[in-house]
Design a protein around this ligand. Structure first.
Ligand SMILES: Nc1nc2c(ncn2[C@@H]2O[C@H](COP(=O)(O)OP(=O)(O)O)[C@@H](O)[C@H]2O)c(=O)[nH]1
Ligand SMILES: [Mg+2]
Length: 304
């Protein structure tokens, strides 16, 4: 692949492609290369070549998945996952502790977090997985590129442009957390806000500090929750209460998707299904497998 005359992003992705150690990394590089590759006649072959490689890698990953091998991070990804990311000492581990109640190492020395730490917090009744991962530049690209939502923690504006080189190829939604609000004067905070609103408009930002009020904490949780394209669906057995813990499904999921998530193959054995909640015309409506569910639906079904 000749990379001369390609965009800097292309060249960078190509470099990283050659250094990549996992198929996931190779795929994200190729996706950028394909996006950046000029779409005219003279690069047709090159584009084809890239697309073929991508296809093969995707197939190989599918195979690995079927064989039950986990990805390189060694972390089983939950339905909703977010990763704390940013430079050392910005307060990531402190936020992890506040959200999860777990005790990671917190210290004024940079790079205290060497191993990713895994935790969970709840927004309302839905569990969200959170990972306190090593700081830039020793971050794990599989986390920053592969997670659903990045909590990008900064305590200085200058960290934003510096981080972009680590974040440019992530597929995750990003919430920028401007941390250590407690040490900012009103005037400093106002200036920072103005810069975020003008120069860094693409980020949803959130001021935070180590002693948040219940309301501030809940607002952060809610904002994180809202980045996930999911719905919560509850199951119930006839004449019983609905489950307290929801199932988490992608937006647009059908009743069949829900049933299959409970038990693979079960949808073929369903005799009757009923629904209550936002997607039902009336409580207890009988539905078919293709019925599209909405957030907070309750489903009940009997099998043959
Ligand atoms: N003033 C202030 N200091 C904080 C805050 N959050 C964390 N720190 C301090 O910043 C340092 C680094 O925190 P840590 O959570 O280990 O950062 P990490 O390296 O990003 O994980 C520690 O000395 C913390 O006590 C905050 O909201 N306000
Ligand atoms: Mg840390």
């Amino acid at each position: 692949m000749a990379s001369t005359n390609q965009s800097p992003f292309y060249q960078r992705a190509e470099e990283e492609f050659h250094k990549a150690t996992t198929d996931e990394e190779r795929i994200s590089c190729l996706e950028i290369m394909i996006k950046e590759c000029p779409k005219h006649k003279s690069s047709e072959n090159m584009l084809k070549n890239l697309t073929n490689r991508l296809k093969k890698l995707n197939q190989s990953i599918e195979k690995q998945k079927k064989a039950g091998k986990s990805s390189k991070t060694g972390v089983k990804k939950a339905d909703m996952q977010c990763v704390l990311t940013g430079f050392p000492n910005t307060g990531k581990s402190t936020i992890f502790k506040i959200l999860t109640g777990l005790n990671p190492k917190i210290s004024p020395h940079p790079f205290t977090t060497h191993q990713p730490q895994l935790g969970t917090f709840k927004f309302e009744d839905a569990p969200i997985q959170i990972i306190d991962a090593p700081a830039f530049p020793s971050h794990d690209k599989n986390f920053t590129n592969g997670t659903d939502t990045l909590l990008f923690v900064v305590d200085e504006l200058s960290q934003i442009p510096k981080a972009e080189e680590f974040l440019y190829r992530t597929k995750a939604k990003i919430i920028l957390i401007f941390n250590k609000e407690d040490i900012l004067s009103e005037n400093e905070k106002r200036k920072i806000k103005a810069t975020l609103d003008s120069k860094y408009k693409k980020y949803n930002y959130h001021f935070f500090s180590q002693k948040p009020s219940i309301e501030e904490l809940n607002n952060l949780k809610k904002e994180i929750f809202q980045t996930f394209p999911i719905i919560r669906v509850y199951t119930k057995e006839p004449k019983k209460e609905a489950s307290k813990e929801p199932m988490i499904l992608k937006v647009g999921s059908t009743f069949k998707d829900a049933a299959e998530k409970i038990l693979k193959g079960i949808s073929k054995k369903i005799k009757r299904a009923r629904i209550w909640g936002p997607s039902s015309r009336f409580g207890g409506q009988i539905i078919g497998l293709e019925h599209i569910l909405k957030d907070k639906d309750v489903i009940e079904f009997q099998t043959r």
